[in-house]
Design a protein around this ligand. Structure first.
Ligand code: ADP
Ligand code: NI
Length: 218
């Protein structure tokens, strides 16, 4: 099996796993991340099967989406072994998918990612900002019964990993300050940073408009 066929198999596996998701992680999210990763992979000249493979698989074992992530991780490993990736390739893909999340980068010793990992991380993060990012945050907030906005609840802008994972009282608008507006300065590659700056500008405009339309407190 050549690399193109392996990527096709990974695509089909990811599709089967993600197609039913209703948290904003569905296969459309995956396709956008893969598209961006393909562009960045060419520019950064990272390994194709590692970069595109990890982009397809990055949310399959996400602990927000599945009840037993280690079980999913072994399933992915077995699958990759079955399509004849070697042990080193499998470990690198698993390391990237396990370590790219925003919450992991809030830990005391954030995991170091290879350039391929950084490309996938940038691609995932770009999909969390801009017009699509705004829509996903609102969608996620709706699915999780978050309040839209409450000016009396201040955003917690400095949080460690545990605090971020245990947010009670989260509002959709606070999520912008607690995560989305931080992503631009966290981008790894120059191209991603440039795209992020534009998307960030749009989010600021959105937040300004939103607040100007909100109920006056008088
Ligand atoms: P990703 O798959 O992009 O790494 P997450 O799994 O953290 O992102 O979340 C999926 C989408 O929902 C992202 O766009 C994210 O910013 C948004 N999101 C995550 N947590 C919240 C929240 N508490 N409130 C609103 N949106 C959220
Ligand atoms: Ni994702």
């Amino acid at each position: 099996m050549d690399a193109e066929q392996q990527i096709e198999e990974i695509r089909n596996f990811s599709y089967k796993k993600m197609v039913t998701d209703h948290t904003g992680h569905n296969f459309d999210h995956i396709k956008r991340v893969v598209k961006m990763a393909t562009k960045l992979q060419k520019e950064e000249k990272t390994d194709k099967i590692i970069t595109i493979g990890a982009a397809y698989l990055h949310d399959v074992a996400d602990d927000k989406l599945v009840s037993d992530p280690p079980k999913l991780e072994s399933e992915i490993r077995e699958f990759l072994h079955g399509i004849k990736l070697n042990a080193e390739q499998i470990e690198e893909i698993m390391y990237i998918t396990h370590n790219l999340s925003f919450s992991k980068s809030l830990s005391k010793n954030p995991p170091k990612l290879s350039l391929a990992g950084q490309v996938v991380q940038d691609s995932d993060r770009l999909d969390a900002i801009g017009a699509i990012g705004i829509t996903r945050a609102i969608y996620y907030g709706g699915v999780n019964s978050e309040t839209i906005y409450d000016p009396t609840i201040k955003p917690r802008e400095k949080m460690n990993k545990a605090q971020y994972r245990n947010l009670d009282n989260e509002t959709i608008i606070n999520h912008f300050y607690e995560k989305l507006l931080k992503l631009t300065s966290m981008m790894n590659t120059t191209t991603a940073k440039k795209i992020a700056l534009h998307r960030q500008q749009f989010m600021y405009e959105f937040l300004n408009e939103f607040k100007s339309e909100w109920i006056s407190e008088k």
